[in-house]
Design a protein around this ligand. Structure first.
Ligand code: FES
Ligand code: FES
Length: 392
């Protein structure tokens, strides 16, 4: 069994333990940090009882590896002293009798805090929708919804500067500013004729620093590096290889478009924009993008850095994906299932690139790559089940 050292901040204090690599954050907090306020119910990412904050964003600790949180700030139910939203929620839960056995309450409060910060104008149906990922086995939903609504209404009639400051910080100000990850080294792109400078009025591209999740993969294509590179900086061609991606407009190396994702119970359609920064001499590029899912209001930022190098008679494309999610979908972003899904998306992308290079279009727009979300979901799930039984 592989043992790893996990060092992170829990409720503002440094914590470090050696644990089996597959230890979930929920078990890490309860069994090693001895903070038992984080409750485990389904342990499958369904009930929400185990919800904690990672860098200020709600996450399900039962499907999050502790090792994936190294260097992060985790806030459990024991760590909200002085938090202006949690003070209001606690009082409102008491007033509205919003707990019975209390098993769901730590997770409910973490989700409720996120609703109050992210959706100041939410009505009751929106609050119910947002809370739908947290199950109360005592079925005390009316009190819970009433408590959240009362906090929202109070803040609408009498704004609280401390809460507004937290909202401006995206909820991430508790308990401290998250650290910057060190694993990813973005490069300073060379400016080529095909990579015009950003117009002064446009916002600067986001840095790779600050993305919470990183995945590195590579794939081989049986074509020379020059030919692959030429393809990899052709944005419509690359987008056509990425299942679910659609480019709606393009101006130089800037694009606006949509990425639709469907994976098991999770579906989202991110609208946003991205920019390609390229270094032709080194055959390296970074595709920086940001978008928002219209349904859940989750926000995503991501950098896809890729590099093409000769490998045998063909080429190897190295891909590093750095992404962070804010909002309800953030709860799933570190789960092993989602990371497996992303890896398979990259592999699928590699196969599509090879297929397109083997059969170049005659100038006609290339058809968009298709994906069977259900097939991929069960493929990923089956792969995991096989690994569990092998003890891998
Ligand atoms: S224990 Fe149910 S979602 Fe984590
Ligand atoms: S109060 Fe008992 S599970 Fe919610």
């Amino acid at each position: 069994m592989t043992v790893v050292e996990v060092a992170l901040q829990v409720n503002g204090k440094p914590v470090s333990h050696k644990v089996p690599a597959r230890t979930h954050l929920g078990d890490f907090l309860r069994d090693h940090v001895r903070l038992t306020g984080t409750h485990l119910g389904c342990e499958h990412g369904v009930c929400g009882a185990c919800t904690v904050l990672i860098d200020g964003q709600p996450a399900r600790s039962c499907i999050t590896f502790a090792a994936a949180c190294s260097g992060r700030h985790v806030t459990t139910i024991e760590g909200y002293d002085g938090d202006p939203v949690m003070e209001r929620l606690r009082a409102a839960f008491t007033r509205h009798h919003a707990l019975q056995c209390g098993y769901c309450t730590p997770g409910m409060l973490a989700t409720a805090r996120d609703i109050v910060l992210r959706l100041p104008d939410a009505d009751e149906s929106r609050v119910r929708l947002e809370l739908s990922g947290n199950l109360c086995r005592c079925t005390g939903y009316m009190g819970i919804v009433g408590a959240v609504m009362s906090v929202l209404e109070d803040l609408r009639t009498q704004p609280d500067p401390a809460v507004q400051a937290l909202r401006a910080a995206g909820g991430a100000a508790l308990p401290a500013t998250p650290p910057q990850p060190t694993a990813f080294q973005a490069f300073a792109p060379a400016q080529s004729a095909a990579a015009p400078q950003a117009a002064a009025s446009e916002p600067p591209a986001r840095s790779a620093a600050g993305k919470a999740n990183a995945i590195q993969e590579s794939f081989e294509v049986p074509f020379p590096a020059d030919k692959v590179w030429e393809f990899m900086v052709d944005l419509p061609a690359v987008a056509a290889c990425l299942p679910g991606a659609t480019i709606e407009s393009q101006e130089g190396d800037r694009v606006k478009g949509k990425v639709a994702i469907k994976f098991g119970p999770m579906s989202a359609a991110f609208n946003g924009s991205a920019r390609l920064e390229r270094d032709d001499a080194a055959k390296r590029a970074v595709f920086r993008g940001a978008g928002q899912d219209t349904l859940s209001q989750s926000r995503a930022t991501g950098d896809i850095a890729y590099r093409v190098e000769p490998a045998g008679t063909g080429s190897r494309v190295h891909v590093e994906l750095q992404y962070s999610l804010q909002g309800p979908l953030a709860q799933f972003s570190r789960s092993g299932l989602v990371q497996d899904f992303v890896r398979r998306m990259i592999a699928e992308f590699g196969r599509n690139v090879s297929a397109r290079l083997a059969a170049p279009s005659d100038g006609a727009p290339m058809p968009q790559a298709k994906l069977s979300p259900a097939a991929m979901f069960f493929d990923v799930l089956w792969g995991r089940i096989k690994r569990w039984f092998k003890g891998g």
